[in-house]
Design a protein around this ligand. Structure first.
Ligand code: FAD
Length: 381
């Protein structure tokens, strides 16, 4: 049985990033992926600059289009924000090509990629024995980067769902030349087209990735909303359409992120942004933290759990807490949000764009400040 210091289960952005940094730190690392790469992944493929600049290599070859302007519309109002930057705010990728690029960079650092084998069992002996559809491997550490349904987490004992999962639909759509020419000029978000959520139109090479998602668990007919969105965009004729449904986890697990040297990262941990549902950046980032934590634990012979938790607590977890608060305030309470947006004008869009660019992060003390402001406004004595 082949032995590794680390097996990373899943070849998405969190897995590729974790493996890359573990191999850079000198660990004998494998990625175990159930599909053969390149594989389709249900995703809008909107990579914000924050995520793009976290990558320590150039990914231009995997980018289909770049937009230094983003069009944000608020349905039912005439508010249209159009932030602009001198670098691509959002890059359009297809995840088969993008993920393969990230994995190939990890491979260059010495990571062994085992494809077409899904994890089916896990056994905790002196080392961790990972069983797959084809055989067995052993490792000292396992990083679960196998997405929202994470079989690795389930096999390890995370059997209670503590993340907030929300549904989203993604359509890969071919339209006629006139519609494509018109719609490929902008990357657009239509906030409130979906109740407590948004719709998007992301132009790729020769087709559009259209999608609808709600940021709150509720009974909702997303298929019908999507059909309305196609009409709303003025699409005359759908020439080809592939529909996909999936879940996005909008809050971290509350029952721990490490057990028995199995470390959760990306969607398996629940690290997508609760306000935008953007998950690629935090997957890349948390993958890096997980990979580096394993290197440190391995080299110092210390427990990996406190090392990973400390890294997460420095930035990612407090940020997610702040965004969760904003999500509650802005998504669930639409009136407060629109009041705030009308009052602050473009500053809101500009601030969010700075976050997308990675120039600002959600302020750590925002929850305290806002709570105080709200309290003072309600109780001015
Ligand atoms: C409809 C939709 C649209 C989205 N749009 C965007 C967007 O535009 N921008 C953005 O930033 N985020 C978006 N997201 C979120 C984003 O796709 C995820 O947050 C991100 O892919 C998570 O990355 P990950 O590496 O954690 O997991 P994943 O990318 O899900 O990768 C998991 C990998 O594990 C593999 N795997 C699964 N089971 C096994 C097994 N048993 N054994 C071995 N391997 C296994 C899978 O095949 C896969 O390759 C969207 C999500 C959805 C659902």
């Amino acid at each position: 049985m082949e032995h590794f210091d680390l097996i990373v289960v899943g070849a998405g952005p969190s897995g590729a990033s974790a493996a890359f940094h573990a191999a850079e730190g000198g660990l004998k690392t494998a990625i175990l992926e159930k599909e053969f790469l390149p594989r389709y992944k249900i995703c809008g493929g909107g990579l914000v600059y924050r995520g793009r600049k976290m990558l320590p290599f150039d990914i231009s070859e995997a980018v289909e289009r770049e937009f230094d302007t983003v069009d944000i519309y608020f349905t039912g109002t005439d508010i249209h924000m159009q932030p602009k930057r001198d670098k691509p705010i959002i890059s359009m990728v297809m995840r088969d090509v993008f993920d393969q690029k990230l994995v190939s960079e990890a491979e260059k650092r010495g990571v062994q990629v085992i494809q077409g084998q899904g994890i089916t069992g896990i056994d905790f002996q002196e080392n961790i024995i990972v069983e797959t559809t084809e055989g067995k491997y052993s490792a000292k550490y396992v990083i679960a980067a196998d997405g929202v349904f994470s079989p690795t987490a389930k096999l390890t004992g995370w059997d209670k769902e503590t993340r907030r999962l929300i549904p989203a639909l993604e359509y890969e759509v071919k339209v006629n030349d006139a519609d494509f020419e018109r719609l490929s000029k902008e990357v657009r978000f239509d906030v409130d087209f979906v109740k407590d959520g948004y719709a998007w139109s992301f132009p790729k090479n020769g087709h559009l990735s259209l999608g609808v998602g709600t940021l709150r668990k509720q009974k909702i007919n997303l298929k019908e909303i999507y059909a309305n969105y196609v009409k709303f965009l003025g699409i005359e004729e759908v020439l080809e359409e592939k529909a996909y449904g999936y879940q996005i986890p909008l809050s971290p697990r509350t029952d721990g992120l490490v057990r028995k040297n199995v470390i959760l990262t990306g969607d398996a941990a629940g690290f997508a942004d609760p306000l935008t549902a953007e998950g690629i950046s935090n997957s890349i980032y948390s993958g890096r933290l997980a990979g580096e934590a394993v290197v440190e634990a391995h080299n110092s012979n210390q427990e990996v759990e406190p090392i990973y938790e400390h890294k997460l607590s420095e930035k990612l977890l407090p940020e997610l807490k702040t965004v969760d608060f904003l999500q509650n305030l802005f998504i669930n309470k639409q009136k407060i949000r629109m009041f705030f947006i009308k009052k602050t004008g473009n500053r809101y869009g500009e601030y969010m764009t700075d976050i997308f660019m990675g120039d600002k992060s959600y302020p750590k003390d925002l929850v305290k400040t806002l709570k105080k402001k709200i309290k003072d406004a309600v109780l001015p004595f």
